[in-house]
Structure formats: C-alpha cells, structure tokens
Design a protein around this ligand. Structure first.
Ligand code: GAR
Length: 210
C-alpha cells in the first residue's frame, strides 16, 4: 500500500478528485496527508472533513524559499510518502526540494506544456490564439513547469471564450487526466527513466480529449 501526500494552495478540486478516485477505484494507495502553504485554503477544510490528516506550513513564516522548503519537507516526511502530488500548489520549489523527491514528485499544470509555463495560462492561450489548450501532468524537475510528461488533456478554444470559460473547460479535463496519471504512478507503472523519459507500462495512449 503506497502513501500519497498532496500539496495544495487553494480550492483543491483536483485534490478532491484524487481522494475520490483513490477510494472508489480501490487504488493500492491511500492519502496520507493534505498539506497547504495557506492555513485558510478551502481544500484543507474539505480534506479534514473527510478524516484525512492535514497540515499548514505558511510560507510567510519563513524568511527564504530554502527555509520554507525545509519546513515543508519535514512536514511531508512525517507522513512517509511514496509519492508527493502538487495539486494546485502555487509556490516555486527549490532545486534541493525537487531533488529530495526526484521521480516521485508530480504536478498538474493548466496548459499543454511546454506552451505557457507560469501563471495566467488561459489568458496567455487566448492572447496567442492557439486553438487547442489543456493540461499536463508531469514529473517535477528543477526547471519550473518543464518536467517530463506523464499525460495530457486537450480541449478546444471556442469562439467567445474568456479566460474563465476556458479555465472551466480545462478544469473538466484536469479532473479526468489527473486521477489516471496518479494511478499509473502509485501502481508503479509510470516511471521516470534514466534519460528523463517517462515510461508507462501497458499504456499506449496518454492523452485525454475533451
Ligand atoms: C488548477 O487549474 C491547476 O492546474 C492549477 O491551479 C488550479 C488549482 O485548482 N495549477 C497551477 O497553476 C500550478 N502552477 P484546484 O485547487 O481546484 O485543484
């Protein structure tokens, strides 16, 4: 039985889909804890209401990124996770933190990477005029939003879209792709290979189309 720690910063809808999929699909894993850099994250209250261990490590309590990441890693390691999942976690992590969890640290990003790393991805997509947009689940490496891809979800950009309507459509596909990819990871089927390439045993297609 593998142990999953999920990091969030806010609403936590992606975290909720993982909790529900883990229970309903009988994953060989359990959610050991949900941790946030914001004590008032709505997702933290939800997780606690589900009987899941929660903790807050407020980034403002620490003078540097290194100090915050050290405190965060200490809290994470108390729960002895096999995998650490970033589900709407909005802090940039230091290389030391990323190395500590190499090959078992995964993020979901709301764009088809390598397009649109960083913030405001839906506004960036609209401004650029791309006709396909979506989300990426990837292993985290020290370069922000640039890790090897486990799975992607694609949605069309439609006439009249605003950043909000596009974000809603992308979120729908995030909620499908994320549990798939995290399940592959906890089943030990998705692996980060030597040359930074992802292999997923027995899966030919790692794309969800909205
Ligand atoms: C999601 O769209 C996720 O992809 C994005 O934040 C949102 C969190 O929503 N993550 C990032 O932008 C990471 N840089 P949620 O809290 O409801 O899961």
């Amino acid at each position: 039985h593998r142990r999953i720690v999920i990091l969030i910063s806010g609403r936590g809808s992606n975290m909720q889909t993982l909790v529900q999929a883990c229970r309903e699909q009988d994953w060989p894993a359990g959610i050991a804890a949900v941790i946030s850099n914001r004590a008032d994250a709505p997702g933290l209250a939800w997780a606690s209401g589900q009987g899941i261990a929660t903790a807050a490590v407020p980034h403002r309590d620490y003078p540097t990124r290194e100090a915050f990441d050290t405190a965060l890693a200490e809290e994470i390691d108390r729960h002895a996770p096999d995998v650490v999942i970033l589900a709407g976690f909005m802090r940039v992590l230091t290389p030391g933190f990323v190395r500590r969890y190499a090959g078992r640290l995964v993020n979901i990003h709301p764009s088809l990477l390598p397009a649109f790393p960083g913030l405001h991805t839906h506004a960036q997509a609209l401004a650029t005029g791309v006709q396909a947009h979506g989300c990426t689940v990837h292993f985290v490496t020290p370069v922000l939003d640039h890790g090897p891809v486990i799975a992607q979800g694609v949605v069309p950009v439609l006439a009249g879209d605003t950043a909000e309507t596009l974000a809603d459509r992308v979120l729908e596909v995030e909620h499908e792709v994320f549990p798939l990819a995290v399940r592959w990871l906890v089943e030990g089927r998705a692996r980060l290979g030597e040359e930074g390439r992802v292999e997923v045993e027995g899966v030919a297609r790692r794309l969800v189309v909205w």
